[in-house]
Design a protein around this ligand. Structure first.
Ligand SMILES: NC(=O)c1ccc[n+]([C@@H]2O[C@H](COP(=O)([O-])OP(=O)(O)OC[C@H]3O[C@@H](n4cnc5c(N)ncnc54)[C@H](O)[C@@H]3O)[C@@H](O)[C@H]2O)c1
Length: 342
């Protein structure tokens, strides 16, 4: 495994009480994706047993290849919506869903169902086992918010027929279903509204590409860095170690007073500034190319993490420049095996 990932996994494990996960059987849907593979790696290192279910639609097997044959790790290539086995589990992490806008807009039915039927499969499995559930919701559950930083109590501004509705409403329905299982069956559910996370293994190419990984690859290859609009829209980017440690701390609580927490960074960054920082860090000669804003793009994303910090005694600790450098270093080490140009 790469040095950067190894160091980052050590950092995540160092922030968590291992007793919460030792000896536990854990289902991870979407486990070969970006965040899922980090969760699998962290938990295997904490002596959990993992069943990783993934249909490899946006995830890649290389993310978990090194876990093949490792004691306690099992991979099943399957669609979470039709998953019918009932293994014994203590915890379920439901992450299976297409997360990138250009991609989920091409597959809206699949995306909505992964967060509806797929969530139901995972919640039902948890119910049969009286297991604890982590549901990977999103800042997009707020739609196009009007309150910043956005607290969990904000109810959202979402168009059910908008270009992003399969994802936004999918996440909202997934949350509602978690609450329904909680209210009707007393299921122990934890909903994390994740704000843009980045780091090694974030997919960069074509439809799957997310801003940071796409900009890094474009900068490394000397291709134009493609910014939508004038780049004045903002996001808060959370390094993967902070996203994963926050998520696992949430799952490690014996009892949670809150059903839902925002997990994200507090630094707000303009997309144009991000492109320029990456260009500078990569010593790249790339130009910045401004493209039309895709329909339904949102202007701002900024979480209010006050509730999360109080409950988990957690705060995102990786500064954006540090996280970008680590991500860039990881992508540079993979340069020859990475896809492109695009
Ligand atoms: N990364 C982020 O910044 C971010 C932000 C908010 C929410 N999330 C949520 O976190 C979860 C993981 O995101 P990620 O960034 O790791 O994305 P990813 O695309 O890398 O991982 C998603 C994984 O789910 C798998 N998958 C998709 N549909 C499936 C299905 N029907 N059955 C089985 N497997 C399926 C994919 O193959 C992939 O491995 C997603 O639910 C996403 O919506 C991520």
């Amino acid at each position: 495994m790469d040095q950067i990932i190894r160091e980052d996994l050590d950092a995540i494990r160092g922030s968590i009480d291992p007793r919460a996960f030792q000896g536990k059987s854990v289902m991870v849907s979407g486990g070969s994706g970006f965040l899922g593979s980090w969760i699998c790696d962290t938990l295997i290192g904490l002596d959990s047993r993992i069943i990783c279910v993934d249909n490899l639609s946006t995830g890649v097997f290389e993310n978990i290849d090194h876990l093949k044959g490792v004691k306690g790790f099992e991979f099943e290539k399957a669609d979470v919506c039709t998953y019918s086995r009932s293994p014994k589990v203590d915890m379920v992490f439901h992450l299976a869903s297409r997360p990138a806008p250009e991609d989920y807009q091409k597959h809206p039915v699949e995306t909505a169902l992964a967060n509806a039927t797929g969530a139901d499969r995972m919640l039902d499995l948890a119910r049969k086992n009286d297991a604890r559930v982590f549901y990977a919701s999103s800042s997009e559950a707020y739609g196009d918010p009007e309150v910043f930083p956005t607290p969990e109590s904000y109810e959202g501004k979402v168009n059910p027929l908008g270009p992003r509705s399969s994802y936004e409403e999918g996440k909202r329905f997934g949350e509602a279903l978690c609450k329904a299982y909680h209210d009707e069956y007393g299921l122990d559910v934890r909903i994390a509204r994740l704000f843009n996370s980045y780091g090694p293994r974030l997919r960069a190419e074509g439809l799957y590409g997310r801003a940071i990984s796409r900009f890094i690859l474009q900068a490394l290859r000397g291709d134009d860095i493609t910014v939508f609009g004038d780049g004045s829209q903002t996001r808060s980017f959370c390094y993967v170690t902070d996203t994963v440690s926050g998520s696992l701390l949430f799952m490690s609580l014996d009892r949670s007073s809150d059903l839902v927490l925002n997990i994200g960074a507090k630094e707000e960054c303009k997309i144009l500034d991000l492109a320029e920082s990456i260009k500078r860090l990569a010593f790249s000669e790339s130009s910045i190319d401004f493209l039309p804003v895709p329909a339904g793009d949102h202007m701002r994303r900024l979480p209010d993490t006050g509730r999360t910090e109080k409950l988990l005694r957690w705060t995102p600790s990786t500064r954006l420049d540090v996280g970008l450098e680590r991500t860039l270093k990881w992508f540079s080490s993979k340069k020859t095996s990475l896809p492109g140009p695009f």
